[in-house]
Write a protein that binds this ligand. Structure first.
Ligand code: NAD
Length: 484
């Protein structure tokens, strides 16, 4: 039996807060199906308390120097790293992802963001624009109260990727984790306070879409940053438009991964594995449409399947386990539905496809071949461990087919032809591109999508533009001339 019960459901104004009048949200450990905790969804009173707290904290927080804010974020990064083991265990319990992943990709990635934006906070400046004797100076200022809304695949990372740039710029935040994974963000809030963040600077409230919608609709909120699906993104973007709120939308994808015949096959197979089966395929930027040039297709598929047979399923808390369950029964059923559609649609099930006979929500890593562009599995985001192999002949053909989607989050190419690699990435309609690797997302690099996959960028200096605004101040140095 695992127990991950948090101190209370919400974290508001520097302390845990409970209101048992809110609907019960059960936390189910995906690897066993057992209940490991429960939280309550935020009631209107809790939502108001969180918004009022973040609103009241924003002036004092914005008045600190960037260096002072940054010091707190960097201290929080150090605490995350020092507690990596415990936080990784919690991330595993919250999501089902194996410890072999969570111990290197979640609290560590969150810490990277806090450290990076903590370091940047002291260097956020405006500019000076000389206009003869007159001049303009600009000030980079915070937006104010920001709302963060998370998906369930990376609960610690998503909380930190939003909190770090928001707080570095002098904003405060109310964050709502996914109702599927409510536990990890509470720890981020606790650690920020321990690191010195004043009460109200970062708050966490629980709940499903209705709680998210209440936060987004509040007139005190200046900006909303969502990590989630395209349909949710549309609703939130539309709601934010009512008050002209700023938005960042990190949404879904159906990204292409193109493997040319001159590629290093072993590396390309590694890229396809990282881009389809890491976190059991529950990654937004996954390269789920794997276009393989016809001449190497058989070799590629054979090697891919050989390597998938070495997946280690087992207790996710065992460091030897390399592959975990789906996050929830619901998500498992959605993915099973897509696998059925792949078979019905005429694709060849080359590997996996079945539920694994063990407690919890386990699905085999699955590979379809003979997939064509019009099949549902080639068009819809599956968000699970399902890789589709599509054959192609020429560069022009594959580029057109790679781009024939409403999504545009990521795209990758494996080739040893230098100029072709750069031609391909220039041609891809995607915000995040890869040459001879896949799915790396370091904090130093901008991350985000084009087309329906999103608006704005997370990480890197780019994120600063999405959590601050510029004030322009014209200074007249001479007599004022007026026409009458
Ligand atoms: P989802 O859209 O169902 O939910 C996302 C969040 O939005 C949840 O916290 C949910 O409670 C909240 N929400 C739902 N309706 C809302 C509303 N009307 N108003 C306000 N909030 C609302 O997504 P999910 O199932 O949690 O996550 C999977 C999706 O997220 C996939 O499409 C995936 O591609 C995407 N994703 C994108 C990224 C990225 O960075 N681009 C990263 C991870 C996941």
């Amino acid at each position: 039996m695992h127990n991950a019960q948090p101190t209370a459901s919400h974290f508001i104004h520097g302390a845990y807060v409970e209101d048992s009048a809110g609907d019960v949200i059960d936390c189910i450990y995906a690897a066993s199906g057992e209940k490991i905790a429960q939280v309550h969804a935020a009631t209107p009173a809790v939502i108001e308390r969180a918004l009022a707290s973040a609103d009241s904290a924003k002036a004092e927080w914005a008045a600190l120097t960037g260096t002072e804010r940054g010091r707190i974020l960097r201290r929080a990064a150090d605490i995350l790293r020092a507690r990596n083991h415990d936080l990784s265990v919690l991330e595993t319990l919250d999501t089902g992802k194996p410890y072999s992943e969570t111990s290197v990709a979640d609290a560590t990635s969150g810490a990277d963001a806090l450290e990076y934006f903590g370091g940047l906070a002291g260097s956020l400046t405006g500019e000076h624009i000389q206009l003869g004797d007159d001049f303009v100076y600009t000030m980079r200022e915070p937006l104010g109260l920001c709302v963060g809304i998370g998906a369930w695949n990376y609960p610690t990372q998503i909380a930190c990727w939003k909190a770090a740039p928001a707080l570095a710029c002098g904003n405060t935040m109310v964050f709502k984790p996914s109702e599927t994974t409510p536990l990890c963000a509470l720890k981020v809030a606790e650690i920020l306070v321990e690191a010195g963040a004043p009460p109200g600077v970062f708050n966490v409230v629980q709940g499903a879409g209705t709680v998210g919608a209440a936060l987004v609709g509040d007139p005190r909120v200046a900006k909303v940053s969502l990590t989630g699906s395209v349909p949710t993104g549309r609703k939130i973007y539309a709601a934010a438009a009512a008050d002209m709120k700023h938005v960042t939308m990190e949404l879904g994808g159906k990204s292409p991964l193109v493997v040319f015949e001159d590629a290093d096959i072993e590396d390309a197979v590694s890229g396809a594995i990282l881009g389809n089966f890491y976190s059991t395929g529950q990654v937004c930027s996954n390269g789920t449409r794997v276009f393989v040039q016809r001449s190497i297709r058989a070799t590629f598929v054979a090697r891919l399947i050989e390597r998938l047979k070495t997946v280690t399923m087992g207790d996710p808390l065992d460091a030897a386990t390399t592959y975990g369950p789906m996050v929830s029964e619901r998500q498992m059923k959605i993915v099973q539905g897509f696998i059925a559609k792949g078979i019905e649609g005429g694709a060849t099930l080359a590997h996996g496809g079945s539920r694994v006979e063990r407690p919890g929500f386990w699905l085999e890593p699955t590979v379809f071949t003979d997939v064509t562009d019009d099949m549902t599995i080639a068009k819809d985001e599956i968000f699970g461990p399902v890789l589709s192999v599509l054959d192609f002949d020429t560069e022009a053909e594959v580029l057109a087919r790679a781009n024939a989607t409403d999504y545009g989050l990521a795209a990758g190419v494996f080739t040893n032809d230098l100029t072709r690699a750069h031609r391909m990435v220039k041609g891809f309609q995607a915000g995040t591109c890869y040459i001879n690797t896949y799915n790396l997302a370091p904090v130093e690099a901008p991350f985000g999508g084009v087309k329906q996959s999103g608006v704005g960028r997370e990480n890197s200096k780019e994120a600063i533009h999405h959590y601050s605004q510029v004030r322009s101040v014209y200074v007249g140095m001479g007599p004022v001339e007026a026409p009458f």
